[in-house]
Design a protein. Structure first.
Length: 439
């Protein structure tokens, strides 16, 4: 290894000498070169709290005051070999400790660490006088609504068939694998995006989605965005995408429709953020995130199937979640004080596997328990999040309480994973405190 390092150094010295001699002979100054640099960044956190009330596992397995903790360490290497290309790769080591609802199940698990690669991407970027262009490819994080703290980002954190919305604790991004192109004009106030990504988080696996977004920022006061995503547009296996393996046909006796239920859908997302501070000269009393008001609305699938013969009449309003959020003044003492509410009148359980709990199905899960039917149709429509954040140098403290769409990873007696959100009733909620250090 020492010989190799010495040889490389000697070769570099010789090349440098030759280049220096050429510059002296021709008396022509050498072109300015971009210095390639690799920046190392990362963070580590410990998060602890409890599921105050909820469900872990199948319906009928309630838990309360269940203490949980999570740990994670992320390390990233970012390289800029020239002025128009950036590459980034990261590794993550996180604890995997499923929640259990009794002492026997809890003791059957042991603390494990799961290594993953959260980011592995290359970004081409060019800035011209009137326009800028960026092309991002690989595995990357994406958030259509940069102001949300927990709920929302429906364009890429939801499925239409079966109808499902997901959240992760203090992680508002969607993990995408594919390609994103962005064009920005008018001093980057107006942006257009095209995204092509492969479906690796939900079945049918690896189908390709195509999305388009547009956003406009008006004097940092009003930020508007609109997007559309065509889920499962390009099939890896058409037989699975059209769900023909299940031989379940759409119920439409009037039209005698014999088409199959399938996973293809069109999703639409609209967002708006209003920040009044620039109208009053950015009063120094407020922090950069204070006083922002934001909202988001998704339309998850334009087609409503009549799934079951004795079920509710299909209604597009059942497929539209509404989100409203506000950043309360923290007066630079607390960086973020945020409250979010969501109204989503979905009459079915929020289960991403659909009707077939042992596999997957484009139809939503159907229950026959009258109490649970009433809960899903009328009582569980409101979700909320309260979020605090304070940064002190490289150290961050976050506080979090919510009734959201989070799924605690656990297994039932048959060793099947749970696919349904854990907080299923109005009184269910969990809270956490997160301590994070950033490199």
């Amino acid at each position: 290894m020492k010989k190799l390092i010495f040889s490389v150094g000697l070769l570099g010295l010789m090349i440098g000498s030759v280049m220096s001699q050429e510059q002296t002979d021709t008396e022509t100054p050498a072109p300015v070169k971009h210095e390639s640099k690799v920046d190392i960044s990362g963070f580590g956190f410990l998060m602890f709290g409890q599921v105050y009330s909820g469900y872990i596992g199948d319906v009928g397995d309630p838990i309360s005051h269940l203490w949980q903790n999570f740990g994670e360490a992320d390390l990233f290497a970012t390289s800029n070999p020239n002025n128009w290309f950036t590459s980034k790769i990261g590794v993550k080591l996180a604890t995997v400790y499923p929640g259990g609802f009794n002492a026997m199940e809890k003791s059957s698990y042991y603390m494990k660490f799961q290594p993953t690669v959260p980011v592995a991407e290359g970004i081409f970027h060019w800035d011209f006088d009137m326009v800028s262009l960026a092309i991002e490819s690989g595995l990357f994080q994406y958030n259509f609504n940069p102001d949300i703290k927990n709920l929302g980002n429906y364009l890429y954190r939801s499925t239409a068939y079966p109808l499902y919305v997901q959240t992760r604790i203090d992680y508002p991004w969607a993990d995408l694998m594919g390609l994103r192109c962005q064009i920005a004009v008018l001093d980057k106030k107006l942006k257009f995006e095209a995204l092509l990504d492969s479906k690796f988080d939900h079945p049918p696996w690896y189908d390709w989605n195509l999305g388009f977004t547009a956003s406009y920022n008006l004097n940092k006061v009003l930020d508007l965005g609109a997007g559309v995503c065509f889920d499962h547009l390009l099939s890896v296996n058409e037989y699975e995408t059209m769900a023909r393996y299940q031989l379940i046909q759409s119920i439409d006796t009037a039209k005698k429709d014999t088409s199959y239920y399938n996973y293809r859908s069109t999703k639409i997302d609209l967002r708006v953020t209003f920040d009044p501070k620039p109208l009053f000269g950015n009063i120094e009393l407020f922090g950069s995130q204070d006083c922002k008001v934001y909202a988001e609305m998704g339309i998850l699938g334009l087609k409503d199937y009549q799934y079951y013969t004795k079920d509710l009449k299909p209604d597009l309003m059942h497929r539209i979640p509404f989100l409203a959020g506000i950043n309360l003044p923290g007066f630079k003492i607390i960086d973020v004080v945020s409250f979010e509410v969501e109204w989503f009148n979905d009459p079915y359980p929020n289960v991403w596997a659909g009707q077939n709990a042992q596999g997957y199905d484009p139809r939503p899960l159907q229950t026959y328990d009258t109490a649970w039917i009433d809960n899903y149709r009328n009582k569980d429509n409101l979700k909320w999040t309260f979020y605090l954040k304070k940064k002190i140098s490289n150290f961050e403290i976050m506080g979090f309480a919510a009734n959201d769409h989070y799924i605690y990873p656990t297994f039932n007696i048959e060793n099947l994973p749970c696919f349904e959100q854990s907080l299923r009733k109005p009184g269910n909620w969990h809270w956490y405190i997160k301590l994070q250090y950033n490199l």
